[in-house]
Write a protein that binds this ligand. Sequence first.
Ligand code: HEM
Length: 372
Amino acid sequence: MRPLVSLLLALPILLFAFPTGPGPGRSGAPGDSGSCSGGSCHFGAPRRGEGAAVYLPFGAFYTPGVPQRILIHATGLSAEPVTARFGFQVSPRMAGRPQSDSGGTLRSLGPDTWVQCANARPPVDGACPNEWQIASAQHTRPSRDPVWELEWTPPAGASGPIAFYVAVNAANGLADQAGDRIFLNSMQVERAGPLAVRQPFGGGGASPNAWVEIHGTNLPTAGTRVCAGGRDAAVISFTSPTQINALLPAELEIGPQILEVTGRGVEPTRSPIVIQSASPSLYSEMTGARPGETAVIYGTGCGDLREPRAADVRVANLSVPGMAYASPGIPGLCQIHFDVPEVSPNLYTIHVCIDGVCNGQRVQFPVLVGIE
Ligand code: HEM
């Protein structure tokens, strides 16, 4: 009789406890009931300010009411890379009132995620009832891959900064709550200006020596000049009334800057931009390699490469040391060299992280069959 009573008592918690993703209020946001750890849930104090990232296609900017695809990345490493399983919960909030004001709606884009409102019920027609307006998205089952894609729509009336709160579990995949690593992080996005900046190959953001696509309207096609943080772009390779492709200079200041586009016969257009020390964006066509061999992959956004830079390459949930080099004769294109780890032949999601910034993409690297 006794075991049945304790089971019935634990039922509500267990319902939210299984690996199919936590109940509402577990993103670690102010006002949340907590995160993944605590009580009968995952053990161990969460690590704050690390281990989880949110990537937006045009950097840390939003346009009110305009949906965009976001990537959630568990950058924290599991203690057991081979059996690793990852989970997450993310919740957007108005940065000024995170306890109460929703930072927009979320929509699942596949079977690996689900969305709930603050009453633990799914949104109706994409929206949560006003009294339960805070939405969160989480994993449906522990994932081998530490990346999930969602659609986020910022509130149509928003103007101030929006904060994403993310809780991640880099678990050992052995279904014991002691083997989990909990990470809590948050990142802020600002209202976009008239120019939207992204990098070729799909990685968001901008950094010194990176190729960028500048999207806008009525952009100059004659006498075009691009200036970031007061410094002229190194190269302008393409112009049209809606897009300019340019190579940002290597000597750019890191942090929030102003991007200015001018040209003959048009008013200057100014827009905020955030320059990171690196913003890797990988070219998805990758030549595979065997375990023990040195692989070379290409991209842009490796930052100032007047000296080679250390890169943390993530493949098969392992962290492998790599180096980023400038590609001789091809300004802005970087090449990352790393030794392929001893893992079984397969296609693996790959991330390159430089100065703690990883590529906001879902790209795969082929590990080839080793020589016997
Ligand atoms: C955002 C917060 C959370 C995340 C990201 C998360 C993630 C995960 C993941 C990835 C697993 C599979 C672990 C493995 O296979 O080793 C798991 C399992 C589990 N979770 Fe959570 N979880 C969260 C919150 C919670 C909460 C709040 C509870 C309790 C109410 C809970 C209870 C459990 C239990 C009992 C298991 C099965 C045992 C285990 O595998 O560790 N989780 N969770």
